[in-house]
Design a protein around this ligand. Structure first.
Ligand code: NCD
Length: 358
């Protein structure tokens, strides 16, 4: 059975299962000042890595969204290449399969002029701690500037970040966090609604297994939105209220007057045992169709991080409704947001390349 407890400190559990090696002295650069990509304002960013939304301030989130916004139009032009990261190396290190997130980071790095390498590692479940650290050490010796990491274990990306000199971006760790997804969702919402604060957002479906939900709940709360989760009891972690959400088990009630309907994929690959009676039954009660959507505001936006299970968590027509669904815009904003994150963490800053290896 998958644990239903809230993952508040995923690292502690994972760290116990891995040997304790300290390869580098963590760089002490808590505060980075830099100019924005359009050369205008100078602002501050306190983070060496992007491991999660937790710990970010509203100003830092706004900074990332503003930089991302500056990439949206250039990304629509025939010549998309910029030189903000020329000479830098980005490694996409994916321990878990992904097409869209990896492609999005790859495009983002290339459009900034960086050299981008993709590495897919299939980990043996018994030795996964060892594999993670060994791989991190090996890659660290090649002096990458940014490591983009996806891993099936919650906390794995943070553990890896403690073993390397370069910046680390979490591209999804287990059911813990997926910060760039929440940022791209925020950019999509802000572009359509003009703000995040004051909106009511319903996050619906498999919250239990969803790192997207966790990152979004945190970001939306930080930015002053009201967050609801709508799901069957079996697909909600215990104590979810502690994250600052209102809980509903009925779609019509949960969607009443919301500005945003954010659907989640039913993550059957993370389920051992039965969490829903059948996908048909699930669709009947929790699948988004026009009838349930009618409870939301008439101009409510429909979102989904993809990949979608059409006919399971969302009706196909609703997903493709160009007046309501912003699912394709989310994909577009993904590249802009990842460019902003790479630029912020991987550019020449006071941080330099961190301490030299012994
Ligand atoms: C999400 C993920 O991997 O967590 N997808 C993605 O980043 N493209 C959501 C999901 O898999 O359902």
């Amino acid at each position: 059975m998958t644990s239903k407890r809230l993952i508040l400190n995923p690292l502690a559990a994972l760290a116990r299962s891995c040997r304790s090696v300290s390869l580098v002295t963590p760089a002490r650069h808590p505060y980075i000042s830099l100019a924005m990509s359009d050369g205008s304002a100078t602002t501050s960013f306190r983070h060496r890595h992007l491991l999660g939304i937790e710990g970010f301030s509203p100003d830092e989130i706004t900074l990332i969204l503003d930089i991302a916004e500056s990439h949206v139009e250039p990304n629509r032009q025939p010549d998309k290449k910029r030189s903000l990261m020329r000479g830098r190396t980005v490694i996409n290190l994916f321990f878990e399969n992904s097409t869209r997130t990896r492609t999005s980071f790859e495009l983002a790095g290339k459009r900034l002029g960086a050299d981008v390498i993709n590495m897919s590692v299939s980990g043996s479940s018994i030795k996964k701690g060892e594999t993670l650290i060994d791989t991190a050490v090996t890659l660290n010796a090649m002096h990458p500037d940014v490591l983009v990491v996806r891993h099936a274990e919650s906390g794995a990306v943070q553990l890896l970040s403690e073993k390397v000199n370069c910046a680390v971006i979490n591209a999804g760790d287990g059911s813990h966090e997926h910060p760039t997804q929440a940022l791209l969702d925020a950019l999509t919402i802000r572009r359509r609604k003009g703000k995040l604060g004051g909106l009511t957002v319903a996050i619906c479906g498999d919250v239990l297994h969803s790192r997207v939900a966790r990152s979004n709940i945190q970001l939306l709360n930080i930015m002053g939105a009201r967050v609801r989760v709508v799901a069957p009891r079996t697909l909600l972690p215990a104590e979810i209220e502690r994250l600052g959400v209102e809980v509903f088990h009925d779609m019509r009630r949960g969607l009443a007057d919301v500005d945003i309907v954010m659907m989640l994929r039913l993550q059957t690959e993370r389920m051992q045992g039965s969490f829903v009676p059948s996908t048909r039954e699930y669709y009947r009660f929790f699948g988004l169709d026009y009838e349930k959507l009618a409870a939301a505001k008439p101009d409510a936006l429909i979102m989904h991080p993809g990949p979608m299970n059409r006919g399971v968590e969302i009706d196909s027509e609703v997903a493709d409704d160009i007046d309501r669904s912003v699912i394709r815009q989310q994909v577009e904003m993904g590249v802009a947001v990842r460019m902003a994150c790479l630029e912020l963490l991987g550019r020449d800053t006071e941080r330099g390349n961190g301490p030299a290896l012994p």
